[in-house]
Design a protein around this ligand. Structure first.
Ligand code: AVJ
Ligand code: FE
Length: 449
């Protein structure tokens, strides 16, 4: 079935606009599913059902959950508002913590794909008559479709985290797009100065942004310095070689407690060999590349490094200002490089490189301030806890953001190589516990001016 055939043959302008939007949404839904299924093609049933790590769901759970979420929001919810808690038990994340999902009765891949296709059929049928202007708030500007798309994109990154932790044979990517080589940055200095003053943060967008990105608001920032580039493997190795993991004074109390318990002395997925350090990304093992951003470090490691360097982590307001604020125009850009949407030349996003790229590989990935790589390669830890902005309103469900507000989670910004472009922008806020290293996480530092 194609959308254009079943959509009403409208003649008015509004209907033609809606028809175009319906066709775009249908194409985006197909593209999202195509990617999800492509990522799992190298996997057999055992790989799909296994609990590869206590932190991660079996990949089959992510697949079923993606489909159940789509069913909840794009068919059931549009026929009358229901609560998120009505998500079917098996795939309701709040009913089963990740570490026990390996014990659930999950279907085989053929059955799962059939369910996914059935749900998608009903969704497309409903889409054909969706009213993006007069319909309920969820449908306005096709928001609920973008939410479901982003949810699938985000679970793709979750699946990649699982694949990086995979037991048995390492995951062999179905294809690997070549990444550009690193180039020296044009800025000679390591840090750039933000003059401070009033900046606008967040967004009022209702077509794609999550509730936690709203409302747009003014913040007053003191002047600060921020690193031009994310901390590289070379920089992080210098910290390690200076005894960074043994120097109590570099760590917060909470960080030191974590370190004593975790007993680590390098980022996750680093190995020491007779010839020096190696890193592993999926099935690719290589000697430590000094020019790539350090990846798979937790907040505590980032904080200790910053203290070692005589710096600190940026707040998320500082991070967003450095990524987007253009003092020349007094306005924020949508992306560091400008307002135009991502293309493969602009930043290392969208998974298929299956790796970080050396710093400088994307010469156009510069913010107005001159910061390189604020979007792409690695998520960047900030010093901030996850809170709602002043005037925050949960929409459309509290379990996306509000349930996680408080002091337990730290905000990460900017997306990684494993992030799909539709799921990141300068206002996008990610979060995780400060001890987590399974995510594709690095950082850059700041200091007071
Ligand atoms: C925003 C990445 C923290 O994975 O827990 C997926 C995204 N929310 N399904 C997560 C999400 C619901 C969320 N993060
Ligand atoms: Fe989810």
């Amino acid at each position: 079935m194609t959308i254009m055939r079943t959509a009403p043959a409208g003649t008015g302008l509004a209907e033609r606009v809606d028809n175009a939007l319906r066709a775009t949404v249908a194409a985006e839904l197909a593209e999202a599913r195509d990617r999800t299924l492509r990522l799992v093609t190298p996997l057999d049933e055992d790989d799909l059902h296994r609990q590869h790590d206590p932190l991660m769901s079996p990949i089959m759970w992510d697949l079923g959950h993606i489909a159940a979420f789509e069913d909840l929001w794009l068919t059931r919810n549009l026929s009358g508002l229901i609560e998120f808690s009505e998500m079917p038990g098996l795939y309701n994340p709040f009913e089963h913590p990740r570490r026990v999902r390996g014990t659930l009765a999950l279907p085989g891949l053929t059955e799962a794909r059939q369910t996914m296709a059935e749900i998608r059929g009903a969704v497309l049928e409903r889409l054909a008559t969706a009213d993006f202007e007069a319909g309920p708030a969820l449908l306005r500007e096709a928001y609920v479709y973008r939410m479901v798309l982003q949810h699938e994109y985000q679970h793709d990154e979750t699946i990649l985290q699982t694949l990086q932790l995979k037991q048995g044979q390492p995951y062999r990517p179905p294809e690997r797009r070549a990444l550009p080589a690193g180039r020296p940055l044009t800025t000679a200095a390591d840090m750039v100065r933000f003059p401070g003053g009033a900046v606008e943060l967040g967004t009022d967008d209702r077509s794609a942004a999550y509730d936690n990105e709203r409302p747009r608001h003014t913040a007053r920032l003191a002047p600060f310095w921020i690193d031009v580039a994310p901390v590289t493997n070379a920089g992080y190795l210098a910290f390690m070689e200076a005894g960074g993991y043994r120097r109590r004074e570099l760590w917060s109390d909470q960080g030191w407690r974590w370190l004593e318990e975790a007993g680590v002395s390098a980022p996750k997925h680093w190995s020491r060999t007779a010839d020096g350090w190696t890193t592993r990304t999926m099935d690719l093992v290589r000697p430590l590349d000094p020019a790539r951003p350090v990846c798979h470090v937790c907040y505590h490691e980032a904080e200790a490094y910053a203290r070692f360097a005589g710096k600190r982590l940026p707040t998320e307001a500082e991070w967003e200002a450095a990524a987007s604020w253009d003092p020349a125009t007094g306005a924020a850009r949508r992306y560091p490089w400008g307002d135009e949407p991502w293309t493969p030349e602009l930043a290392n996003l969208d998974q298929l490189g299956f790796d970080t790229a050396p710093v400088g590989a994307y010469p156009r990935n510069l913010s107005p301030l001159g910061c390189y790589g604020m979007i792409g390669d690695v998520w960047e830890w900030t010093a901030s806890d996850l809170h709602g902005y002043p005037g925050f309103e949960p929409f459309p469900y509290r379990e996306y953001s509000e349930a996680f507000f408080g002091t337990e989670y730290k905000v990460l910004r900017g997306g990684s190589w494993a992030t799909r472009p539709g799921a990141v922008r300068v206002t996008f806020r990610n979060w995780d516990y400060p001890i987590r290293r399974q995510i594709f996480s690095g950082f850059r530092c700041a200091r007071d001016a």
